[in-house]
Design a protein around this ligand. Structure first.
Ligand code: GDP
Ligand code: MG
Length: 171
């Protein structure tokens, strides 16, 4: 897509994190609620493209979701290739998914990274505190947000912060 100055913004953003943390639901929540959705299946991965307006410019965010290969830690370099942003997702009710975050980070080389503690609606069975999430994000230089794909808390915000950060880095 080209704006009136002839500029084109297409940002690839990847969702990563352990299996069942809610990556696919975060993406469907984001796309269904706020933006037109185009989904396209490729071999092993799927992405959806969202149009977002930032500072009067149309930005196309191409958000990639795994097709379950993270269960075997078999996410390929093609998945990460060309990515400008990433949401690294854990489940606040399962410490093991939080402990995996550093390993996922090793595979990334993107300009904007958001640590996402998902399922914040499950406060009564929380296993990772907000403070622990914040501390890790600070240590690793990531944005941080707790979200709920179930009740939509902070879902749009998390994606938008990443998209805006990429925009401010490339424009
Ligand atoms: P993925 O493997 O990371 O893509 O995770 P999914 O999106 O498939 O979600 C895994 C499971 O967690 C499913 O049973 C979802 O219904 C559930 N789930 C995802 N997000 C949330 C959330 O924010 N809150 C709650 N309570 N459950 C969630
Ligand atoms: Mg999934």
């Amino acid at each position: 897509m080209v704006d009136n100055q002839g500029e084109e913004y297409l940002f690839k953003i990847v969702l990563i994190g352990d299996s069942a943390v809610g990556k696919s639901n975060l993406l469907s929540r984001f796309s269904r609620d706020e933006f037109d959705t185009n989904s396209k299946a490729t071999i092993g991965v799927e992405f959806q493209t969202q149009l977002v307006e930032i500072e009067g410019k149309e930005v196309k965010a191409q958000i990639w979701d795994t097709a379950g290969q993270e269960r075997f830690r078999a996410v390929t370099s093609a998945y990460y290739r060309g990515a400008f942003g990433a949401l690294i997702v854990y489940d606040i009710t399962r410490s093991s998914t939080f402990e995996s975050v550093k390993r996922w980070l090793q595979e990334l080389n993107t300009v904007a990274q958001m640590l996402v503690g998902n399922k914040c609606d499950l406060e009564d069975i929380r296993a990772v505190s907000v403070e622990e999430g914040k501390a890790l994000a600070e240590e690793e230089g990531l944005f941080f947000m707790e979200t709920s794909a179930l009740d939509a808390t902070n879902v749009d915000k998390a994606f938008e912060i990443v998209i805006r950060e990429i925009f401010s880095n490339v424009s």
